[in-house]
Design a protein around this ligand. Structure first.
Ligand SMILES: *Cc1c(COP(=O)(O)O)cnc(C)c1O
Length: 374
């Protein structure tokens, strides 16, 4: 048997090990100077005004909804074609997720699908750069009322660009993930970015029990000021151990994106003349990082998604079923009438995610391609 080809592998090395060791040696392992440094560097890299590190994208989304003032009874338009956390965060604040369909080419919300889901109760829209494909946020902004908050679930978006700049800047607030399944990892971790100082300040307090004086600040003084817990907060703090890894990973991001785009182009070339096989690509308004390199298996291919997954598994290639449809999961099953999200259902039923990661060799990729084209 040949060696297994994984669907994804994080790219970690000696530099990350050294960075963690240095934090341990410093004696300060919880949220502190490394988290602050990671925030500064991440904000610069994503051209964001403010960045607030969290434990995950899920908790960053939760904070984004809280600082945006979204609460019980409010409707938030989201794609069903996403990871379940996009919807769960809406439920955390007592709001109602309203599922909109997605564009068939990108797998992202578009102006028409969002417009169709708006009601007088809509207070927010969560757009997702699904699988790293940049969402056309300006087109969506143009169809939503001014008072509706635009939140970008950029969990998959680090390294993707929209109109020549990093994704996330077009929304009022964006949330990022550093789970190992994404391009840049801290083990677990997330980030909130925003152009609004008051929102960033409040998120910074909320992630730390809503303390008026941060633990890092208190540590700096011999006789610290007595802190006040201004509201009901959370413990969504990243640790300095994670941030140290994140700083190294952020430095690797351009190289990771370049390599992934190269490998994705090889897949695209391989299936270009195969009827019924369609690989996700760049939209006209940006460039993706191919965080999830998905392939749609249409009937014209003479194959099925399940059949192709089995053939890949037989060659010891680990591919995955495509992006889920949240409205098919038990907590959300009653939210959508049958047949109302046809594109979402088609994509979720017909797509699979191909192996793509920095260390994937061309020889390994050729094994995948051989199965796709046989
Ligand atoms: C991965 C992912 C999340 C969750 O990120 P965590 O950091 O694991 O909480 C949320 N939304 C989307 C679109 C994702 O792909």
């Amino acid at each position: 048997m040949t060696d297994r080809v994984n669907v994804m592998l994080p790219w970690l090395g000696e530099e990350e090990i050294a960075a963690v060791a240095a934090v341990i040696a410093s004696g300060w392992v919880a949220q502190g100077p490394k988290v602050a440094e990671f925030e500064t560097r991440f904000a610069a890299a994503m051209q964001a005004d403010h960045a607030v590190a969290t434990t995950s994208c899920t908790t960053a989304l939760h904070l984004a909804l809280v600082v945006a003032g979204i609460g019980p009874g409010d409707e938030v338009v989201i794609p069903s074609f996403s990871f379940v956390a996009t919807a769960n965060a809406v439920r955390y604040v007592g709001a109602v997720p309203v599922f909109a369909d997605v564009d068939a080419a990108t797998g992202d919300l578009d102006a028409a699908t969002v417009a169709a889901a708006l009601t007088p109760a809509t207070r927010g829209v969560i757009v997702v750069d699904q699988g790293g494909v940049p969402v056309d946020v300006e087109a969506i902004r143009a169809v939503v009322p001014r008072e509706v908050v635009l939140i970008e679930d950029a969990a998959c978006g680090a390294g993707s660009t929209y109109r020549g700049a990093p994704v996330g800047r077009g929304a009022d607030v964006a949330a990022w993930s550093f789970h190992p399944r994404k391009l840049l990892t801290t083990g677990e971790g997330g980030m909130l970015t925003t152009g609004r100082r008051e929102w960033a300040d409040r998120a910074r307090r909320l992630r730390e029990h809503a303390m008026s004086v941060s633990a890092a600040e208190r540590h700096r003084s011999v006789l610290p000021a007595l802190e006040v817990y201004e509201e009901v907060g959370f413990n969504y703090r990243m640790t300095d151990l994670q941030a140290a890894v994140g700083i190294v990973q952020l430095g690797r991001l351009p190289e990771i994106v370049a390599r992934r785009r190269e490998l994705a182009a090889r897949y695209a070339e391989a299936v270009a003349d195969r009827p019924g096989l369609r690989l996700v690509g760049d939209p006209e308004w940006g460039e993706g990082n191919f965080q999830s390199c998905w392939l749609e298996v249409g009937p014209e291919s003479g194959r099925t998604r399940e059949g192709l997954l089995e053939a890949l598994a037989a060659s010891d290639v680990s591919a995955r079923r495509g992006i889920m449809a949240i409205h098919r999961q038990p907590p959300y099953r009653d939210a959508v009438a049958p047949g109302r999200l046809p594109v979402t259902e088609r994509l979720t039923d017909r797509t699979l995610i191909l192996p793509l990661f920095h260390q994937l060799t061309e020889a390994q990729q050729d094994r995948v391609i051989a199965v796709l084209t046989e």
